[in-house]
Structure formats: structure tokens, C-alpha cells
Design a protein around this ligand. Structure first.
Ligand code: SF4
Ligand code: SF4
Length: 305
């Protein structure tokens, strides 16, 4: 369905005219016509054209299913991409070298990780869209339909609401877990380039908290972590033992470190003590950054000038 609403939708979400995305914003009660089962003539076609962005929960579920560490999974099954124009790191599912065929697809049996398949596979052909209205406090969730020529599921005589489809596909636990992360991504996108390009270190921190739980564990068990963050012993021990709780904590850590959302208590005077311990190194780093900036722009001014 085209027309004014469709045009506004395309414009609002930057959808190209040839895109298979249908320009209609759906909610949970919207009816869709769709069914997918092993007898459809297009069985596995979508997995041969996979362009899957992975969420933090997808990575935890898949690496557990495959019995891998997060580092092993990231290396073997993902490729990096940029979520936004400022280099916010994302990961996509790796496909075969020449074709966009998912490595986890078996030509005969279909998906080899079906119980742990990613959120995007569960949702397809419904798309999930988190958006934050101007001046709104929190983002809203909407849906849309993707109609691709290869998918015959749209011709099946089966009608259901988006909410019924979501329940059938078991996406609620994925959405619930990832919700704080979607908010982080939206927050990052909405700050845009106005506060300057993020440093390599902050982007790497976002990557670690989002996708690499083993590295995050090394970070929170490093000797200095608890000299800065004031955590109850029981809570801290849960984080050390439980990947899922640790990644949830990682979202809070990221929000606190990158956006100043203070939800994790700090040890009194932690920053001052840490600064005193590392004063010489920190001052030397600032001096070096100033020198480099001055080489780039000799008229640059600094706070202490
Ligand atoms: S993870 Fe499974 S469902 Fe998703 S594209 Fe790969 S084979 Fe298909
Ligand atoms: S009906 Fe669509 S989703 Fe199902 S196997 Fe075919 S292409 Fe994939």
C-alpha cells in the first residue's frame, strides 16, 4: 500500500523505493498473512540470503548452543559492521565466502541451531523497529513487514496478529533482554556528531559490553574494578558466574561510562584516588593529545590555557 502514509514512512525511516520493506507501520494488534513450515516450496531460501544483525542476547544463546566462548564465536561466526556513521560497532552473522548463505544452515535439515536461532530469524518477515520520538523519554517499538520474492510464506492461508506471531516465535525474552541495549544504541545515534566523534576506547568498551562477555568478565575481575565500583559481594559473585546477568550489568556499565547514567554506586573518592595513583600517566596522555591536536590545528585552545 503506497500513498501519503507510505511515503512519510519511507522518508521517516529512510527506506529506498525498491526495498522489500512494506511502508506500513504495524503494532502488536495488526493482522498479517503468513506461515512458514518445512513443506513450503521456499524452505531454507531465507537462510541462503542471510543478512543478519546479531544482538547481545543472540550471541549469548548461540555461543552457548555451540559450546563456544564469546571470543571463539565472534571469530568464527561473525563479521563486524558499523551501526551508525560514527563507527558504533555491530556484528553480523558470517555467511559462506561467495554467497550470503548462513553457515548454520543444513541443506536437508534446515537451521542447525533452531532453538537458539537469532532474533532476526525469529522475527522474519516481520521487522522490529525501535524509535524515539523527539523529546520523548523512552523509545517505542513498532513493526513492519518485509516481502521478498523468494518467500512464499506470504501466500499461505494463515492470518494472525503480530503479537500472536511474536509469541509463536518466542521473541519476547529476546526483546526483554535486549531492550536496554536498544536504548543505548538509540541514545548513541540521537547524540549524533554534535558531541564529537567517540574515541576508539569508548567504541571498544561498547563492543566488549555488548558482544564479548568473556572479555567483560576479565574486566570486572581485574584488580582495580572493585576499587571504583561499590558492589555487594553476592551481586558481584553472580556477575562473575552468570553470563546473562553479566551482560545485563554490562549495559548499565556502558550507559554509566558513556552517557553518565549513574545506576552503579561508586566507592567514595574512587576517581580522585585513581587519579592520584595514575596522575603522571594521565597528564602525559593529555599532553600528547594536545600536541597532536595542535599539529592538526595550531590555533586550538585547551581548557588549561
Ligand atoms: S541461524 Fe538458522 S534460521 Fe537463521 S539464517 Fe542461519 S540457518 Fe537460517
Ligand atoms: S516461507 Fe519465507 S521464512 Fe519460511 S522458509 Fe520460505 S523464505 Fe524462509
Amino acid at each position: 500500500m503506497e500513498g501519503d502514509i507510505g511515503e512519510q514512512f519511507r522518508y521517516q525511516f529512510d527506506i529506498p523505493h525498491k526495498s522489500p520493506v512494506q511502508p506500513i507501520k504495524l503494532d502488536g494488534n495488526s493482522k498479517i498473512q503468513f506461515n512458514c513450515h518445512t513443506n513450503v516450496s521456499c524452505f531454507n531460501e531465507c537462510c541462503k540470503q542471510a543478512d543478519l544483525t546479531l544482538t547481545p542476547y543472540d550471541i549469548l544463546k548461540l555461543k552457548d548452543h555451540l559450546g563456544m566462548t564469546s571470543a571463539e564465536f565472534l571469530k568464527k561466526h561473525t563479521v563486524p559492521f558499523q551501526i551508525d556513521g560514527q563507527g558504533l560497532p555491530g556484528v553480523k552473522m558470517r555467511t559462506t565466502n561467495d554467497e550470503p548463505v548462513c553457515l548454520l544452515m543444513d541443506p536437508e535439515k534446515g537451521c542447525t541451531v533452531y532453538e537458539s536461532r537469532p532474533s532476526a530469524c525469529r522475527y522474519y518477515p516481520v521487522g522490529l523497529m525501535s524509535m524515539k520520538a523527539f523529546k520523548a523519554n523512552s523509545p517505542e517499538q513498532h513493526y513492519f513487514i518485509v516481502k521478498e520474492d523468494h518467500c512464499q510464506g506470504h501466500c499461505e492461508d494463515n492470518y494472525l496478529t503480530v503479537d500472536e506471531y511474536r509469541e509463536q516465535q518466542g521473541v519476547a525474552e529476546y526483546d526483554e533482554f535486549n531492550w536496554p541495549w536498544y536504548q543505548l544504541v538509540l541514545k548513541k545515534k540521537s547524540t549524533g556528531p554534535t558531541i564529537g566523534n567517540p574515541s576508539e576506547m569508548s567504541l571498544d568498551f561498547f563492543f566488549m559490553c555488548s558482544y564479548d562477555v568473556d572479555r567483560l568478565r576479565k574486566f570486572i575481575t581485574s584488580p582495580n574494578f572493585r576499587t571504583v565500583y561499590d558492589l555487594e559481594d553476592d551481586f558481584y559473585n553472580t556477575l562473575v558466574e552468570d553470563d546473562y546477568e553479566l551482560v545485563k550489568f554490562g549495559f548499565r556499565l556502558c550507559a554509566q561510562v558513556l552517557f553518565g547514567d549513574k545506576t552503579i554506586p561508586l566507592v567514595n573518592d574512587a576517581y580522585e584516588k585513581r587519579y592520584e595513583e595514575r596522575k603522571e600517566i594521565i597528564d602525559a596522555k593529555f599532553k600528547l593529545a594536545e600536541e597532536l591536536a595542535k599539529q592538526h590545528d595550531p590555533n586550538a585552545k585547551f581548557i588549561d590555557e
